[in-house]
Design a protein around this ligand. Structure first.
Ligand code: ATP
Ligand code: MG
Ligand code: MG
Length: 329
């Protein structure tokens, strides 16, 4: 009596993360494809489980054209019981906030029953990431296109921040393209959230501190994108940590790398010394100014997403307007 097995046909694995795996699935009811994330809740403290679930509730509030759409989430035990966290297709903020009492992890019988409790998250399937785009970026780089992608990322991020949410793991691997080639910010803080939790427990996470944090694909993950105040473990962080990450992504949008080694060397210099390639700085003076502010060591010196939207972007191109209109009809 598993809802997952009843309602979905698993097509293939999309990858394994630190805390669960994601599968491409076909929903038997509507025939559409979705990405379904499955997270094992076993072995986590009740506080961590509770935070994961609260995080999912937060995500369900985010509905924006540049944010990966979360449809629903539910919890299953090996006995097939499931609790729905938020209703499918709910469009109003009101109806998408689930009642937290519905999730009876603690009274699921405790002990043995909690052994196999899984959280499922059904979300929009995004066939590509920005990381993958960057692999072949040197042949496709185009100034207008770079602004176009950047604008979509900032629009999504401005919405996230307007909801009082900090992504905390904004990297090209967590920025997706949907089937229409529009930007969708995804992988919302869930894993990062959990990692921070671990950090609290272990005090110290050597791999991250050494800058060799690996993501599921074996690439160096978050190191280049992590704001200094996060590394220094300031007790209070705010949404400006995402603006730092955005700065590094902004730079990558304007600097195609020929090889992975070049990328590593240039981003290392930027991270460790704040150095930028001289020829690049001379070629893109306007971008240099914005980049410097996004990468400011002090969070308060970084512009907000709304400020970037209002005063840092070139006028929209004709076809961007047109696409927006077409999207609405
Ligand atoms: P970490 O645990 O460090 O966050 P991760 O981000 O790779 O690692 P997940 O977030 O669990 O782990 O994602 C696993 C894989 O599934 C990744 O390769 C990711 O690109 C892919 N993925 C996640 N969400 C989607 C989605 N909505 N559409 C398509 N693929 C997705
Ligand atoms: Mg990810
Ligand atoms: Mg992740």
């Amino acid at each position: 009596n598993s809802r997952y097995l009843n309602d979905f046909e698993e097509l293939r694995s999309l990858g394994q993360g630190g805390f669960g795996r994601v599968a491409l699935c076909k929903n038997k009811l509507d025939g559409r494809q979705y990405a379904v994330k499955k997270i094992r809740l076993k072995d986590r403290s009740p506080q961590v489980n509770e935070k994961i679930l609260r995080e999912v509730a937060t995500l369900s509030r985010l509905q924006h054209q540049h944010i990966v759409r979360y449809y629903q989430a539910w919890v299953e035990t090996e006995y097939g019981h499931h609790n729905i966290l938020n209703a499918s297709g709910s469009r109003t903020a009101e109806s998408s906030i689930f009642s937290y009492d519905d999730i009876s992890l603690s009274d699921a019988g405790g002990g043995n029953k909690q052994e196999s409790t899984y959280l499922y998250i059904q979300m929009e399937y995004c066939p590509r990431t920005l990381r993958q785009d960057f692999e072949t970026y040197s042949s496709s780089f185009d100034v207008d296109h770079a602004w176009h992608l950047f604008r979509q990322i900032v629009e999504g991020l401005a919405h996230v921040h307007s909801q009082g949410i900090i992504h905390r793991d904004l990297t090209p691997s967590n920025i997706f393209f949907d089937v229409r080639n529009d930007i969708k910010i995804g992988d919302f803080g869930l894993a990062k959230f959990l990692k921070l939790e671990q950090l609290d427990h272990d005090q110290y996470l050597p791999t991250e501190a050494m800058g060799v944090s690996m993501d599921g694909t074996g690439q160096v993950g978050t190191y280049f994108y992590t704001a200094p105040e996060v590394e220094q473990k300031w007790p209070q962080i705010n949404e400006k940590v995402d603006m730092y990450s955005l700065g590094v992504i902004f730079f990558e949008l304007w600097h195609p790398f020929a090889t992975a080694m070049e990328r590593h060397l240039v981003l290392s210099d930027l991270k460790q010394k704040g150095d930028l390639p001289k020829s690049w700085a001379a070629q893109f003076p306007a971008q240099l100014n914005l980049l410097r502010r996004l990468l400011s060591p002090s969070p308060s010196d970084r512009p907000s997403a709304v400020e970037v939207l209002q005063s840092e972007l070139p006028p929209r191109m004709e076809d961007e307007w047109l696409n927006d209109v077409l999207r609405m009809i």
